[in-house]
Design a protein around this ligand. Structure first.
Ligand code: FAD
Length: 449
């Protein structure tokens, strides 16, 4: 083939990129393209926009060093990709296959636009370890229970990693660096001060450090909130600055790597659920028991980290400060919103998507539904006690003290029950907005209705 377009979406890397590698093997000339799609950008908060801008700048640099700079256009990706292919005389558009309703519609539109031009459209693997749809249960289009999915996922043969890419030849002159477009992207709001830097080099450096020093202790430390001993690779995986297959293989073998692999499997599990039922991004997978309560004041206390439950507040403030929250804290704050406060999971999920650098439709909606009891949890009634969770996963209280300055002077685990310390006063740390014991009884009553 003389020329091919590689349409980048959320696969912003040059290593282990099957679509880019296939184009480099099969075409004499390769045109790498990214289209700024307003339909996607409208839903992206400042942290994700900044992460995307960093990642596009890094991708352009990596591609330029190999001989073919990134073309950045704005508009409908299907229309722009076909226009770019026509201008370059390309016979094919290659892209990573993806799972959301938006991605599925984009692929259909791309095929419709490319067909009359006789341009091949080729979706390729790369966003998951095991591509969505590759494993199917005996009945239904996707696995709804994690354990049997995990069993098959662990045994599934995997594609070999792509060899490092050396040289590319581009059709036509190199475009100018996309600095202005990226500045405009960064201008959409103020990111969190502690947000992670985006880009493939930052992701690869983190993966290298994780494989060398972090993953061995992951199994025992992953739930220790203060230790902060998880990989923090999620945003790099979400935007494809890292290949999930490469992350899995670089992690190696042993109990720590096996526990890490299990989490990458959760990522694929939620992706295959969304691919089969794209509507679960916004609609209950299973009906909610008892309905939801509309209470803007309680929702506001939760988003500000002012519920009076120190672990919940620490998690919500970590989210605001870093564009990230530890998984254990995500579970606790989501259970608190949906079960203690009885507020619709969609409102919590929207707040997460606004702030998380790793905000991912499949993992976010899937986990929110799991916690809310409308999703894939086989025990949908389960409710977490925020104080017991705090005593168990932040036994010395260091995580709370790190994120809740009003309580920084309280030593040891007493920080989890400030109502016993005579500390609560107007303008200081707040009283609990609900009583957990009463909320648990109300939750049980709602489920019986
Ligand atoms: P590690 O513990 O190091 O795990 C390694 C990788 O496995 C992660 O980077 C992630 O890609 C994947 N992973 C881990 N746990 C899960 C999980 N439960 N579901 C899916 N993938 C997982 N993760 C997102 O990437 N984006 C989201 O928008 C998101 N929203 C969430 C919302 C709620 C309510 C909950 C409970 C969890 C959510 N998660 C989400 C999953 C999980 O909390 C994060 O992936 C994890 O905290 C990221 O930190 P890490 O990279 O250090 O993870």
């Amino acid at each position: 083939m003389r020329a091919a377009v590689v349409l980048f979406t959320r696969d912003l890397r040059v290593h282990d990129h099957p679509a880019l590698a296939a184009a480099a093997r099969e075409a004499e000339l390769v045109l790498p393209l990214f289209v700024l799609d307003d339909a996607v950008l409208a839903g992206a908060g400042a942290n994700r926009r900044a992460f995307l801008a960093d990642s596009l700048a890094a991708l352009d640099e990596a591609l330029r060093a190999r001989g073919a700079a990134l073309h950045v256009r704005r508009g409908d990706p299907a229309r722009e990709a076909v226009a770019a292919a026509r201008e370059a005389g390309a016979g094919a558009i290659l892209l990573s296959d993806d799972v959301s309703g938006h991605a599925q519609r984009r692929l259909r539109r791309l095929r419709a636009a490319a067909g009359p031009e006789r341009i091949e459209v080729r979706p390729m693997p790369g966003v998951a370890v095991v591509p969505a749809g590759e494993l199917r249960p005996a009945a239904g289009p996707a696995y709804e229970v994690f354990t049997p999915y995990h069993r098959r996922w662990a045994e599934q043969p995997r594609r070999p990693l792509e060899l490092p890419l050396e040289r590319l030849r581009a059709p036509g002159a190199a475009p100018a660096a996309p600095a202005a477009a990226l500045d405009a992207l960064r201008a959409g709001g103020r990111p969190s001060p502690g947000r992670p830097p985006g880009g493939e080099p930052a992701g690869r450096a983190r993966l290298a450090a994780w494989a060398a020093e972090g993953v061995a202790g992951y199994r025992s430390a992953r739930d220790d909130l203060a230790a902060d001993a998880t990989s923090r690779l999620s945003a790099y995986l979400h935007l494809g600055c890292l290949s999930p297959l490469e992350a899995l293989e670089r992690a190696g073998d042993g109990p720590g790597p096996a526990a890490f692999a299990r989490q990458l499997c959760w990522r694929d599990f939620h992706a295959q659920l969304l691919a089969a039922r794209p509507w679960i991004a916004g609609e209950d997978m299973h009906p909610a028991a008892g309905g939801w309560r509309d209470d803007d004041a309680l929702l506001d206390a939760w988003t500000r980290g002012a519920t009076g439950y120190p672990l919940v507040d620490a998690g919500m403030r970590q989210l605001r400060e870093e564009g990230f929250m530890h998984n254990r804290a995500r579970l606790v704050v989501a259970s608190f919103l949906t079960k203690d406060l009885g507020i619709d999971w969609r409102r919590g999920a929207a707040h997460f998507m606004d702030l998380l650098a790793d905000g991912d439709v499949a993992s976010n909606a899937g986990n929110w539904q799991w916690v809310a009891g409308t999703g894939a949890d086989t025990r949908p009634g389960r409710m977490l006690n925020p104080t017991l969770q705090a005593r168990r996963y932040d036994p010395d209280g260091a995580y709370v003290r790190r994120h809740v300055p009003e309580l920084a002077g309280v030593e040891g685990p007493a920080v989890h029950e400030p109502w016993d310390l005579g500390l609560l006063r107007p303008g200081g740390y707040p009283e609990p907005v609900v009583d957990h014991r009463a909320a648990a009884a109300a939750h049980r009553a709602r489920r019986r209705r």
